[in-house]
Design a protein around this ligand. Structure first.
Ligand SMILES: Nc1ncnc2c1ncn2[C@@H]1O[C@H](COP(=O)(O)OP(=O)(O)OP(=O)(O)O)[C@@H](O)[C@H]1O
Length: 262
């Protein structure tokens, strides 16, 4: 279980304090796919960065299967919106980067990378270089790389935000397959209500100043997708529209925050 208990983060600067997270509680169990939704500035990335160990909490604690999180670790794989691939390494070496740091021999690294590239639909691209790939393909490499160290959870900060809508749908389907086949826990950030609904087993809606969870939902659309339903069938199913509108109403109740002047 990933347990977030009373997590608060305050940022101080230029004479003011931003309450980015306020006593937030969240459990992410094995197999959960938790999607965080919320307007800009509500603390989604702060929460993800705290789980990743990139940022310390001001108060509270986060534990992963009983271990306190005190910094980054190979037990958490991270994927960002902007790919962070090394341009001078080929795709397989990019995927295997974490394994190199873990001391695995080159042959074993390449083998593991090939298996992961197969999982994300890039079987024949191990020897290509990042600049030869499309944006969607680079995000696939990022997902394979995040999985390479066999992490206990995948943390994804708007990974499909920069992709065109067709590629985005393909990536959603791919991620559902990866989730279904690996059984990994996932924490995923998005601005898109539809994306949250099709992907999440759990959806949390956050609001800013201070950053809090204002609504929590469970959804089973992702399981139906994993079992072969199409995105179109999901979107047209009876319960999808009303839930989407309910969440939209909550988000509109909390309009985009204005940056306060210093
Ligand atoms: N390093 C920092 N120093 C000062 N303030 C920060 C810092 N990082 C984030 N903040 C502030 O904390 C609040 C939450 O930011 P965060 O990036 O977590 O929001 P978000 O929900 O991820 O937004 P977006 O959807 O735009 O990425 C914002 O008001 C932001 O300005």
């Amino acid at each position: 279980m990933l347990k977030i208990e009373n997590a608060s983060v305050f940022f101080e600067g230029r004479g003011r304090i931003v309450h980015a997270l306020d006593r937030l509680n969240l459990d992410i169990a094995d197999g959960d796919f938790v999607v965080a939704l919320g307007t800009s500035g509500c603390g989604k990335s702060t929460l993800l960065n705290a789980i990743a160990g990139f940022l310390p909490l001001s108060e509270g604690r986060i534990t992963l299967d009983g271990r306190a999180i005190a910094g980054p670790g190979a037990d958490r794989g991270v994927v960002f919106q902007k790919d962070t691939l090394m341009p001078w390494l080929d795709v397989a070496d990019n995927v295997a980067l974490g394994l190199r740091f873990a001391g695995l021999a080159r042959k074993a690294r390449r083998e593991k990378a090939e298996g992961l590239l197969d999982l994300v639909g890039l079987r024949d691209f191990g020897r290509s270089f990042p600049h030869e790939l499309s944006g969607g393909m680079r995000q696939r490499v990022g997902i394979a790389r995040a999985l390479a160290t066999d992490p206990d959870i995948l943390l994804m900060d708007e990974p499909f935000g920069a992709l065109d809508s067709m590629t985005r749908e393909q990536m959603q389907q791919l991620l559902v397959d990866v989730w279904h086949r690996t059984g990994k826990r996932i924490f995923f950030i998005t601005h898109s209500i539809e994306e949250a609904l099709v992907l999440g087993t759990h959806i949390i809606v956050m609001s800013p100043r201070p950053g809090r969870i204002v609504a929590r939902y469970r959804a089973d659309f992702v399981r139906r997708l994993a079992e072969g339903a199409s995105l179109k069938e999901i979107r047209l199913s009876d319960s999808f529209g009303p839930l989407r509108e309910e969440i939209r109403d909550i988000l509109h109740r909390d309009p985009e925050p204005k940056e306060e002047a210093a």
